[in-house]
Design a protein around this ligand. Structure first.
Ligand code: UD1
Length: 419
């Protein structure tokens, strides 16, 4: 199994470009099932989750061809004959459930493996299912699969009981080809959802934001051919910004509109980093003194992202003074804490809260990755630690970070991938 060997401490310097957003590309790819015309998608990130979604689409009958080093994909979904999303495709990537909305909307038939939980939480799909039921999808859960059918998806009014990114996406896709009007209230408004909406609108979907968290969707008969470029990855951008703040670096992070991660940029300023923003660029200079944060709570967008919680914790471990993080989105997203302690961090976890005592002088150690974002937090900590660290199970990282080792090497990190 591959591992990273990192020799620290390193300062990150120079320019790094973020890849296309994995979390935007996944629903956009799933939504191509709604089309009977050719769709071109650009700026795809080369990460494992995208490969898994492509394989899932191919297993349903999608004709897919790549160009430009796999960053551009042409998809023809004229002949979907299979409506079965297998366990083997969905088990490694929960976003596999996103084919349910489009399949049921266009074909009235879908059997999709239940995604199950993962290390960070139970992650049920009850809001996806209850929402689709309101649009007249019938379903049964049998032997680990959602067996769904519908004569026709019919528009309705739905208020999500809790904000969910995936449920909002599934319902947007299903409502796009529905009969009549759908109103979705209490939607997630993550930038990736806006990217999905813009993609569908570029193909003629009738979708309108009528309130901060309200969408009105008028079902259309079919979608037109379109070509669309996926937004930059805000979590990758945030991760690199944190790397610079952590290591007294001087880094230019390119490929994302800075306002998308305003919340995180303001937090980095608060802990002492110097930040300048330009049109598609964030320049982060790390300060010698990192200030603590009394309370940092994860929240739905535009709040502080749960996907950057682990990385921010690394920064707070080095801060002067005590900080508290409260994880409000997932119930088990502190797996990185035990590993950070191995480097010298002083963290106490109490239910949703992690108390970080600060002032840690990290020293290199052997570390075990547990999930995508926790793994990248370990990489950041190893960059800041004195001496050699070995990070095991880095396959988690390839799910969502493109060429992480190559990008880090280019900005001054002593990192090697070994077997
Ligand atoms: C997406 C992102 C993930 C991010 C998360 C929260 C993708 C591919 N993944 O995941 O990186 O961390 O948003 O920003 O875009 N919930 C239910 N019932 C449901 C659906 C969700 O109880 O039917 C709960 C979840 O368990 C979780 C919370 O709602 O506690 C938020 O989950 P959700 O926004 O749906 O996350 P995902 O779409 O799975």
């Amino acid at each position: 199994m591959e591992k990273f060997v990192i020799k620290g401490p390193c300062k990150v310097k120079g320019v790094v470009s973020v890849s296309g957003s994995k979390n935007a590309a996944l629903p956009i790819l799933a939504s191509t099932l709604l089309f009977n015309k050719t769709v071109k998608i650009k700026n795809l990130p080369k990460v494992k989750d995208i490969e898994t979604m492509i394989n899932l689409l191919r297993s349903l009958g999608s004709k897919i061809s790549f160009s430009q080093n796999k960053r551009i994909v042409k998809i023809k979904n004229y002949k979907i004959k299979n409506f079965f999303a297998s366990y083997s495709h969905v088990k490694t990537m929960r976003a596999g459930i996103l084919v349910l909305g489009p399949l049921i909307s266009r074909y009235g038939l879908a059997t999709v493996s239940m995604p199950g939980g993962c290390q960070i939480g139970v992650r049920p799909i009850n809001y996806h299912l209850s929402g689709l039921k309101k649009l007249k999808m019938n379903y049964k859960i049998k032997k680990g699969y959602v067996h769904a059918n519908a004569k026709k998806i019919i528009g309705s009014k739905i208020k999500f009981p809790k904000i969910s990114v995936g449920a909002t996406e599934n319902l947007i896709m299903a409502a796009t080809l529905a009969n009549g009007k759908t109103i979705l209230k209490n939607c997630a408004i993550e930038p990736e959802i806006k990217d999905l909406v813009n993609f569908l609108k570029s193909a003629g979907a009738k979708i309108k934001w009528t309130g901060k968290r309200t969408l009105e969707i008028y079902g259309v008969k079919s979608l037109d051919s379109t070509s669309y470029s996926v937004m930059g990855d805000r979590i990758e951008a945030g991760t690199f910004c944190i790397a610079s703040a952590l290591t007294q670096g001087n880094l230019e992070v390119c490929g994302l509109k800075p306002e998308i991660i305003n919340t995180e940029i303001n937090l980095l300023k608060k802990i002492g980093a110097e930040i300048k923003t330009k049109k598609n660029k964030i320049i982060v200079k790390g300060s010698k003194k990192i200030k603590n944060l009394k309370l940092l709570s994860t929240k739905e967008y535009p709040g502080f992202s749960t996907d950057l919680q682990a990385q921010f914790m690394v920064l707070l471990c080095k801060a002067k003074g005590r900080s508290i993080i409260k994880e409000n989105i997932f119930e088990n997203r502190y797996l990185h804490c035990a590993e950070l302690r191995r480097l010298g961090a002083n963290i106490i976890v109490r239910n949703k809260k992690a108390i970080i005592l600060g002032g840690a002088n990290f020293e290199g150690a052997e570390l075990m990755s547990s999930d995508l974002r926790a793994s990248v937090a370990l990489v950041l900590a190893a960059i800041a630690a004195k001496g050699k660290s070995i990070i095991h199970r880095i396959y988690h990282l390839s799910r969502g970070y493109e060429n992480l080792d190559k990008k880090l090497k280019k900005i001054g990190v002593d990192i090697k991938k070994i077997r």
